[in-house]
Ligand binder design. Structure first.
Ligand SMILES: N[C@@H](CCC(=O)NCCCC(=O)O)C(=O)O
Length: 327
């Protein structure tokens, strides 16, 4: 990138201006002398060329962390896994570059300082975090719940990663978009609790998915949600009632103190909340907008909002050299 300083009335390349201060001058700096036409046109011509070049470049893809699960591979080994639909949504609906976040929490054990340092290092490099769904449940001890029913799938490594990650990302204003298990993790991370089997709760319907071999059946419309008037979701969608899919057995019991209710199902089950005191975008959904995201107008609006927040962070995080030189 061509970068010039108008130094002592002359346009000099940035490297010269920064490294060869004039005798008697307290280092080279931008002069306020009105430069002569030739110097100004040289500088502006270089700037225009650079701007033309930058306008030809594809828009910057924000880096979005996508949380992974730790699953046995059936041969005595373990894999860090993410559903392809989350990766595709990050690429296609957020126009981002997905970066998988492995379930590394246990590596840091009880060393909170080391975990914080690792999370800072990670979040310094990310423009957003997408908290994915998973068939596994958050372990009940994280929210004072009763022991899970026999045979319930858990993922302690993922819990040990996402719960501190969520708190750190929210505090640092890193845009956060949580889906299904991701919503449950945010609620638990912020001090809320979960129903472990919503369909066994008095007055609640069964929120589990059909057991079809057709993904479009399992992720198809399942019920309406009522959107809280004046909230973030209402502002983003402009509607008070939409249809969503439903693939969960757990659900919010007590909403975390920092969470703001955004939508409920017809049976009163929490379907979305935001975190208004977080400096950045923070929205958690119990349903799955990532399935055929661009074909669903509701999903597209939500991913558009998350994408805008990620782009804004990327722009502020990656200061162009020109602006850095001028500062
Ligand atoms: N296990 C929790 C969370 C449910 C969930 O995330 N379902 C989606 C799983 C598959 C996918 O990622 O789409 C619960 O049962 O409530």
């Amino acid at each position: 990138m061509a970068c010039y300083f108008l130094c002592c009335g002359r346009a000099v390349p940035r490297r010269a201006a920064l490294h060869k201060p004039r005798a008697g001058a307290a280092g080279c700096h931008l002069q306020t002398h009105p430069p002569n036409k030739r110097i100004a046109s040289t500088f502006l011509h270089a700037l225009a060329k650079e701007m033309d070049r930058s306008s030809l470049r594809p828009p910057l893809r924000p880096l979005v962390g996508v949380t992974a699960c730790l699953k046995e591979n059936g041969r005595g080994g373990w894999h860090h896994t993410v559903g392809d639909k989350y990766v595709r949504a990050a690429i296609q609906a957020v126009a981002a570059l997905p970066v998988l976040i492995p379930a590394v929490g246990p590596e840091f054990g009880e060393d909170a300082a080391a975990m914080t340092e690792a999370l800072d290092r990670l979040l310094d490099s990310l423009d957003g975090v997408l908290l994915t769904g998973s068939p596994s449940n958050v372990e009940p001890y994280h929210y004072g719940g009763e022991q899970s029913r026999q045979g319930t799938a858990h993922d302690p490594a993922r819990d040990a990663t996402t719960l501190p990650l969520i708190r750190h990302a929210l505090d640092r204003g890193v845009p956060l978009f949580a889906i299904c298990r991701g919503l449950q993790e945010v609620n638990v991370a912020l001090g809320g609790t979960l129903h472990q089997l919503v369909h066994e709760v008095e007055g609640r319907r069964d929120h589990r998915s059909p057991k079809s071999s057709d993904i479009d059946v399992n992720y198809g419309p399942a019920h309406d949600i009522e959107i809280v008037e004046g909230g973030l979701l209402h502002r983003l969608l402009g509607e008070r009632r939409v249809q969503v899919n439903s693939l969960h057995a757990q659900g919010v019991d007590r909403l975390a103190p920092r969470a703001r209710l955004e939508a409920v199902a017809e049976d009163g089950q929490v379907e979305a909340f935001s975190v208004p005191d977080a400096p950045g975008f923070a929205l958690a959904l119990q349903w799955h907008p990532e399935h055929r995201a661009l074909e669903n107008p509701v999903s597209k609006k939500l991913f558009d909002a998350f994408a805008a927040a990620c782009r804004s962070r990327a722009a502020s995080r990656l200061v162009p050299p020109m602006r850095a030189a001028a500062e």
